[in-house]
Design a protein around this ligand. Structure first.
Ligand code: AP5
Ligand code: MG
Length: 215
């Protein structure tokens, strides 16, 4: 299966991607997680990415596209992949089409997690993420079993620096301006499967599994 998962910041892409990768043998590729890892390791690319991410702006296309091009050629993508947070601009979507053409493969579906804006600020400000594996939790809706520790790997949970209320407003504005058109791009290719993203996390995942069973 070759999938994209799309949705506004805080829609639950990472949360559902974690469940999907546990249920299906496909690689979870989150460009946000890749940038956060590069920032933590203080690589040259991480230092560039940080200047954009901290403001809630997008990292330039040329950086992001090359990162994904290389990642998609790794061994674990042979069984399929789930791209989370990429593409985020129409230019990235066109580049992805070209990368997939070169690899002689096609996308099977684009999952669109639909959540009304009014829920997003609370989800993002209440989020805690694992420093080691990137798993997402929420201080009310999705608590870890042990406070401050990741259920999956035991890593420390932190608040993302770009999860401040000020930065979130810009991230949402950027989503509507640059990323919403990407959804229309895939609607035209008849790949989009809408999944309601409000309610219980397991019920949303059950809906996703149903959709994936039909593709
Ligand atoms: P990225 O890491 O992709 O962030 P995002 O798109 O803003 O999305 P989030 O990770 O904030 O939200 P999510 O949908 O994954 O929600 P989650 O599951 O965590 O990107 C970060 C930055 O990197 C970008 O701003 C940009 O600068 C850069 N970047 C990344 N990719 C790029 C690209 N392609 N091009 C250029 N720049 C790029 O859930 C959110 C919270 O809600 C959690 O607390 C969770 O526990 C909770 N929650 C989840 N589901 C539910 C539910 N059903 N009910 C209640 N709470 C829930
Ligand atoms: Mg995420």
């Amino acid at each position: 299966m070759r999938l994209l998962i799309m949705g506004a910041p805080g829609a639950g892409k990472g949360t559902q991607a974690g469940l999907i990768k546990d249920a299906f043998p496909i690689a979870h590729i989150s460009t946000g997680d890749m940038f956060r890892k590069a920032i933590a390791m203080q690589t040259p690319m991480g230092k560039v990415a940080k200047t954009y991410i901290d403001k809630g702006d997008l990292v330039p296309d040329e950086v992001t596209i090359e990162l994904v091009r290389e990642r998609l050629q790794e061994e674990d993508c042979k069984n399929g992949f789930l791209l989370d947070g990429f593409p985020r601009t129409v230019e990235q979507a066109v580049a992805l089409d070209n990368i997939l053409k070169d690899l002689n493969i096609k996308l099977d579906a684009v999952l669109n997690i639909a959540v009304d804006d009014k829920y997003l600020i609370d989800r993002i400000t209440g989020r805690r993420v694992c420093l080691s594996c990137g798993a997402s939790y929420h201080v009310v809706a999705n608590k870890p079993k042990v406070e401050g520790k990741c259920d999956s790997c035991g890593g420390d949970l932190i608040q993302r620096p770009d999860d401040s209320e000020e930065t979130i407003k810009n991230r949402l504005a950027v989503y509507y301006q640059k990323t919403k058109p990407v959804l229309d791009y895939y609607v035209k290719q008849e790949l989009v499967k809408d999944v309601p993203g409000v309610g219980n996390i397991d019920e949303i995942f059950a809906n996703i599994k149903k959709v994936l069973g039909e593709i």
